[in-house]
Write a protein that binds this ligand. Structure first.
Ligand SMILES: [Zn+2]
Ligand SMILES: [Zn+2]
Ligand SMILES: [Zn+2]
Length: 360
């Protein structure tokens, strides 16, 4: 299939204030070397504090699975936390300036004993355990007295993602404010619910699974655009779908959502977490087949734990997977308008065309 050049601004349906310039001609520019990176594929690195045998180099585990014997997942306090565990200052106002104490909690989840393993290569059971550990730690952290307002689970992989330690790991940050990205999603999905009576995430899933449309040019009658059912669906199973967003900020960005409406990841059942692990793994395998080593961030967006009732009908938890293939430029940072040089339709078609090895 050939893909025509696109230059258009697409409005993010969830956060209308956020739009993306899809400009595919820009992909012909010389490749950026910043995002080239050699993966360290060693399974054990003697100097790595996260490798088995070096457990004494990290703080004692907050959680370890299994609890005894050789571990497969470990969670420890971050030695360089962005938020500290000690509460000190009350909120301060200095004229126009306002200070909120940087109270919170920052921990590292060592995803796997194998230093250089990628998610695409992990066993399905292991990945399921990892997503269960995320859930467990969210439950635990929202129970801490002092009320963390938000618990954010995320992962950096590779230097282009901001990752500083090569050993595969995820992070959890409990913080005293609701992150701006989540806040915007909460507000926008809330107004969608008010206007339509529906959850916008459910509506988008539904549309991606069922919507078929062709637009024709009024003058010439020529076909201008056509969208077919499932064009944007990368993976799907009984409980989860992976979708290529129509207004993707990053060329290979993919969102994974549960089919069952729920605002809070903590409510996911073991079956749903198993299905999530399957979808994420297959998505990562597709990305690896197309991109080779994938540097990425993923973020788990769930409703704020103590305000659940407020967002229960409008918000829908999801995982955003954002591969890092380019460094944002001044225009993007200064304008807030992301430039994506690959059409989301072409990216979706490329990912869907990959044949994955049958599962054992
Ligand atoms: Zn290591
Ligand atoms: Zn929903
Ligand atoms: Zn989100």
């Amino acid at each position: 299939m050939s893909w025509s050049t696109i230059r258009e601004i697409r409005v993010n349906p969830i956060i209308p204030a956020e739009s993306v310039l899809i400009a595919t001609a820009r992909a012909d520019r010389p490749a950026e070397s910043e995002t080239q990176w050699q993966l360290d594929q060693r399974s054990m690195v003697p100097a790595c504090p996260f490798c088995p045998g070096n457990e004494h180099q990290t703080p004692p585990p907050i959680l370890q699975r299994p609890e005894h014997g050789p571990w497969s997942i470990r969670s420890v306090r971050n030695l360089y936390p962005v938020f500290g565990d000690e509460r000190s200052l009350p909120e301060l106002r200095l004229g126009m300036h306002r200070i909120i104490d940087g109270y919170g909690h920052h921990e590292v989840i060592i995803d796997h004993p194998n230093h250089g393993i990628q998610i695409a290569e992990m066993g399905r059971d292991h990945l399921e355990l990892l997503f269960t550990v995320y859930q467990q730690r969210m439950v635990d952290l929202y129970r801490v007295p002092g009320k963390h307002r938000y618990v954010l689970v995320f992962k950096n992989f590779g230097p282009a993602s901001g990752g500083s330690i090569a050993h595969t790991h995820s992070q959890i940050i409990a913080m005293p404010v609701i992150p701006a990205n989540v806040d915007m999603e909460l507000a926008a999905s809330r107004s969608h619910l008010r206007a339509t009576g529906n959850c916008i995430f459910c509506a988008l899933i539904d549309e991606d699974l069922r919507y078929d449309a062709t637009l024709f040019d009024r003058q010439t009658g020529e076909q201008r655009r056509s969208i077919a059912v499932s064009d944007y669906v990368i993976e799907a199973n009984d409980s989860c779908v992976a979708i290529k967003p129509f207004a993707s900020r990053y060329p290979w960005e993919i969102h994974v959502l549960p089919r069952r409406h729920d605002h809070d990841y903590r409510n996911s059942s073991p079956v749903e977490i198993g299905d999530l692990a399957q979808v994420v793994q297959r998505v990562m395998q597709r990305l690896a087949a197309v991109l080779g080593v994938v540097q990425y961030n993923f973020f788990l967006h769930s409703a704020p734990g103590h305000e659940g009732g407020h967002w229960a009908r409008s918000f829908h938890w999801h995982l955003e997977i954002c591969p890092r293939t380019a460094v944002p430029n001044g225009f993007e940072l200064g304008s807030g308008l992301a430039i994506n040089t690959l059409s989301p339709e072409q990216a979706a078609a490329t990912l869907r065309a990959i044949t994955l090895r049958p599962e054992p």
